[in-house]
Design a protein around this ligand. Structure first.
Ligand code: NAD
Ligand code: TYD
Length: 364
């Protein structure tokens, strides 16, 4: 079933700035928005770090209503002039350093982009919104993660919007800092910020360093499938397009100053997830260097500080805004395996020397 989150005939066109729109979730959101709201102005601001890929947006580049700007969210002058010249009324803020293992190797970039970058955007947006007379329909959506809530035990209830923050990695700590700033800008200045905290996403355009794409690509290359520790860590998986539909609803119907948890209600142990992927790949791939793929599973040294379990209670967004996910984990994984099977031209160039150097550092 697909939902239509369009808010009716009376909807006014928006002028939306999407930061990090060349990354995994940001690019899926850009595609979602352009497909849903063809009359809107869509401006992407992305620094094109290792995780950003302009190719992902190539089919949109010729559109009259679309503009891609390469730039850093920490660059206040660039952000100021973009908000001004594009008369932006909505910011969807995805830009971030997003990978826990990289945050362990080098936390500085995470503090810079996630904390200082978010602060810079908030300040620029506050000035812009004030300059326009504080319009009530402006929105600043801050896209965050469930990892800010820390780690759950096996029987703990899932994270709600009132669960105290307890971030454990430099990544989640820097996201927590940015969430606090977004919250404070509403509380102090009434800037219409809304925060979403989402569980693990998966789907098309996912950078190869993350669990699901890494496993799919390694199976296709016949390389070991590195499972950290005992493989019993639990994540709550959400198909990326479901995340996008949730963010759409939050922008249109969410309350400024509020936080909404977004999750798929799909808790799976890592080892079970990897086995599911192996079975799908065995079934769907015509040629594989090693079959069955399960033979490639290798338990490796655990990630330092590895959070044991995440689980999201998404009752608030369901009851207040009417959003629920539409893709089951079985269906979503099938679509994802199919996507990696048919998009070698997208992922192969990402296995660069830089990626190999990173890989060798983590998987020693
Ligand atoms: P990603 O790493 O795939 O993409 C990040 C994008 O931000 C890239 O295009 C990169 O070039 C850009 N970027 C990085 N630094 C920048 C800077 N200083 N200025 C401008 N652009 C910059 O990340 P993702 O997985 O798509 O995550 C997007 C957002 O969603 C992040 O804020 C992340 O914390 C959050 N989130 C991710 C997940 C997940 O499962 N991936 C889950 C919940 C929340
Ligand atoms: P990841 O995709 O990095 O997301 P996050 O750490 O933000 O949840 O990892 C998902 C889970 O998979 C996490 O428990 C760590 C584990 N994992 C592995 O076991 N092996 C790997 O090679 C990777 C990248 C992750």
């Amino acid at each position: 079933m697909t939902h239509s989150w369009n808010n009716g005939e009376n909807r006014q066109p928006r002028r939306i700035l999407i930061t990090g729109g060349a990354g995994f979730i940001g690019s899926n959101f850009v595609h979602h928005w352009c497909e849903s709201y063809g009359g809107d102005r869509v401006v992407v601001l992305d620094a094109l770090t290792y995780a950003g890929n302009r190719q992902t947006l190539a089919q949109l580049e010729g559109r009259e209503n679309f503009r891609f700007v390469q730039g850093d969210i920490c660059d206040r002058a660039a952000v100021d002039s973009l908000l001004q010249e594009e008369a932006i009324d909505t910011v969807a803020h995805f830009a971030a350093e997003s990978h826990v293992d990289r945050s362990i190797l080098g936390p500085g970039a995470f503090v810079q982009t996630n904390v200082v970058g978010t602060f810079t955007l908030l300040e620029a947006f506050r000035q812009h919104w004030n300059g326009k007379g504080q319009p009530s329909d402006y929105r600043f959506l801050h896209v965050s993660t469930d990892e800010v809530y820390g780690s759950l035990g096996p029987d703990d209830p899932a994270f709600t919007e009132t669960t105290p923050y307890a971030p454990n990695s430099p990544y989640s700590a820097s996201k927590a800092g940015s969430d606090h700033l977004a919250r404070a800008y509403f509380h102090t200045y009434k800037v219409p910020t809304i925060i979403t905290n989402c569980s693990n996403n998966y789907g098309p355009y996912h950078f190869p360093e993350k669990l699901i794409p890494l496993m799919c690509i390694n199976m296709l290359l016949g390389k070991p499938l590195p499972v950290y520790g005992d493989g019993q860590n639990v994540r709550d998986w959400l198909y990326v397009r479901d995340h996008c539909s949730a963010l759409d609803v939050v922008i249109h119907r969410g309350e400024p100053g509020e936080t909404y948890n977004v999750g798929g209600n799909n808790e799976v142990k890592n080892i079970d997830l990897v086995r599911m992927l192996c079975k799908l790949m065995d079934e769907m791939a015509t040629e594989l260097p090693v079959r069955p793929c399960e033979e490639l599973i290798t338990f490796v040294k655990d990630r330092p500080g590895h959070d044991r379990r995440y689980a999201i209670d998404a009752t608030k967004i369901k009851t207040e805004l009417g959003w629920t996910p539409s893709v089951t984990v079985e269906e979503g994984l099938r679509r994802t395996v199919e996507w990696f099977l048919t998009h070698e031209d997208w992922w192969k160039p990402l296995l660069s020397e830089e990626y190999q150097a990173y890989y060798n550092q983590v998987y020693v």
